[in-house]
Design a protein around this ligand. Structure first.
Ligand code: ZN
Length: 426
């Protein structure tokens, strides 16, 4: 993956970052429009009030402006400076209040006094602001005007979807939530990486089909699942992608099943690409894998992130900004996913057609064929492992694991042996 890719990914994150997204509304639409410059997303609008399993599609949130003004008319908090300043989905307000009363509606992080927290109030009607604790403490007593020019109205919930058709209808689901406002890693990084992946996939012939979903967290995934129960039956593998641009090592959370092919593929890729990567078992807390892995669906969907959600100080604060997201980490995350997908594409069971003693490789020119390759020793080893282990019971990935060799080496060597008739499909 080139430095150019990293820079282009970061530029897309930077474009998405300032937009005030929420679970519904124009910020979400504008973000999906921005992704459409890279991938021809189909945009779906689901009317407010639509029943989706045990939930209801909420009303649409529109926000035009928000501020807190002191008695001299100066804005001491301004939504235009950061979309985090307003509690996401906040009710409207226009009131003049003493500071002591206003404080009850202002969220801060006293332990991290210089950053603005991210807060939501999706399913309880409330109004509120978020600001740096230091900034709040600096406000003199007095009267302030609190204004949030917003409304909830019957509209729709928006999500974007793109299907790359492969030779089979078996699908890989790749999903990123896109409901957070100005947080660069959580969720702009996931949106950017998956948009680029979809664009790169468009020109490729693949065995599997790939479905990309860009939807607001929780309610978006629930809405998609409620409208796509038949489609969900075709999902063979899946990955939720979120928070993939920070400097931390990759973290993969296994699917609920724990032993799905995506779990084995991600574990293999991480072990070879990022030895400090973390593997975790499924838990019912996190991102939209919670919905995909609910027991009625139990889809084989894992979660790829870097620093795990909730475990780093920048999480859900204004410190999750454009500097927190690194171009090279975005590109590395894209490469990790592509490597895992290439395992899903190529993994198969082969059988040694000459299982009685080793076949004579020299006579077939197979050692020579690899002679000029600086990787030759490794490839020769891969050949011996394949011929020994390919008895039909083990997949190429199983053999790569047993041989402690990268899947790509095993797969490339297997292709050579197949051409020579030494390995045959099982
Ligand atoms: Zn989040």
């Amino acid at each position: 993956m080139t430095a150019e890719t990293g820079a282009a990914l970061h530029a897309l994150v930077a474009g998405l970052y300032p937009i005030c997204r929420s679970i519904t509304g124009d910020g979400l639409r504008r973000s999906l429009d921005m992704l459409r410059r890279h991938v021809p997303l189909a945009i779906h609008e689901v009317p407010s009030g639509t029943a989706v399993f045990d939930w209801t599609v909420p009303r649409e949130w529109r926000i035009r402006d928000a501020f807190i003004e002191d008695s001299a008319g100066r804005r001491v908090l301004d939504f235009r400076a950061s979309s985090l300043h307003v509690v996401s989905y906040s009710a409207a307000v226009d009131a003049v209040l003493p500071l002591a009363e206003l404080r009850r509606h202002i969220h801060t992080l006293p332990a991290q006094p210089s950053v603005i927290p991210y807060r939501t109030s999706y399913y309880a009607e409330a109004w509120g602001f978020c600001m740096a604790h230091d900034a709040l403490e600096a406000l003199p007593e007095g009267l302030y005007r609190a204004r949030i020019d917003a409304e909830h109205l019957d509209g729709s919930l928006t999500y974007g979807e793109y299907l790359h058709r492969g030779e089979t209808e078996e699908e890989v689901l790749l999903s990123a939530h896109c409901c957070h406002p100005s947080l660069a890693n959580d969720n702009c990084s996931g949106m950017a990486v998956l948009a680029f992946l979809a664009a790169r996939m468009a020109g490729r012939r693949t065995r599997l089909s790939y479905r990309f979903l860009f939807a607001p967290g929780t309610i978006g995934a629930i809405t998609w699942l409620a409208r796509n129960r038949e489609t969900a039956l075709r999902i063979r593998h899946g990955l939720v992608v979120a928070g993939v641009g920070d400097a931390g090592a990759a973290t993969y959370k296994r699917s609920r099943r724990g032993d799905a092919p995506i779990d084995a593929a991600m574990a293999h890729v991480l072990q070879h690409a990022e030895p400090s990567a973390r593997l975790r078992d499924f838990s019912p807390y996190g991102y939209d894998e919670r919905q995909f892995c609910s027991p009625g669906f139990d889809l084989p969907v894992g979660l790829l992130q870097r620093s795990p959600y909730g475990e780093f100080p920048e999480y859900h604060t204004s410190a999750d900004d454009l500097d927190f997201v690194r171009p090279e980490k975005l590109a590395a995350s894209l490469a990790l996913i592509e490597n895992a997908l290439s395992i899903l594409e190529q993994d198969r069971h082969l059988r040694n057609a000459f299982p009685f003693c080793e076949p004579q490789l020299g006579r077939r020119g197979l050692y020579a064929a690899l002679g000029g390759d600086p990787d030759a020793a490794r490839r020769n080893l891969a050949m011996l492992w394949l011929l020994n282990q390919a008895d039909g019971s083990r997949s190429l990935l199983d053999i790569a694991e047993r041989a402690a060799l990268p899947f790509a080496t095993i797969a490339a060597t297997a292709a050579v042996l197949e051409r020579e008739g030494l390995l045959v499909p099982d």
